[in-house]
Design a protein around this ligand. Sequence first.
Ligand code: ZN
Length: 316
Amino acid sequence: MDNPILQQPLILLDGAIGTELDNQIETSHLPWSLDGLVFYPHLLQKVHQDYIEAGAQVITINGFRTNQRTLARVDWNQIELPDTASDELKGIWAEKNWEALEKVLNHLAVNIAQQARHASGKNVLIAGNLAPLEDCFAPEKSPSLKVAFPEHQQKAKHLADAGVDLILIETMNRIEESEAALQAALETDLPVWISFIFDSQQTLLSEEPLDELATMLKRYATSSLCGVLLNCFSMTLMDRALPQLVKALSDTALRVGAYANVEGLSEGGIWQRHDALTPELYLDHAQRWITDGASIIGGCCGTTPQDIRVLNKHLF
Ligand SMILES: [Zn+2]
């Protein structure tokens, strides 16, 4: 928490990793861009480096769904590991040991981000991420606090052991699981940010109200929780939701932040970025979020290093 980057008046995050990998290669082997880790680690490192070069001060590992619950559902029989995979990974893969696989993939994700930082020669922070154990767009599947806590705890421990600088809990859609992830992250003693996906300006995707969420968050306001963000919904909804979050947390010292997505379903049923959503338009919205009280800004699905470059150029 006393890290100078976390004390800056404005902190710039990176943009999307998964969709950026999809832009560059056909990533179809594994869910949620796990194939960045397994098949394309060098490209993944390059994407991290591109974000650092663009000006990101905090980069997030490619670990959105590297949890045991997701890994156990993958049909690994359909997947052949590349020759370049480590012997450790090959052994774990053969054993179908999901617990060990979670550990090795999270360490690998952190290691690739660390290599990118080293190669760039820049002092950036590396965030390890916790995310909903089920689909981030399906809050009805979100497990209870009691069920979710040990699963988040396990991953949080892997992230801390691997050497992340902070934990970013992101795209959370329901209060109970969010609290489980928050408790798990706080056990590491690392600085923690937590980010939510909203359905309207004052409700989570679960339709739970913002005031209930704020009540839960305030119970942790004197812990190492130091930022509350919103992510993975449209810039226009962000314009309306962010001021509500700022207001709800105005009696705390918690920083507030935003990283929107710029994708929508095309007529062909594919998620893609709309041409009208330019980096300059993203900058316009980001400036508005900062005026409204945000002090952590980045990009979610569909954003690219060019968005971060434009933000860096005009916001600092
Ligand atoms: Zn997103």
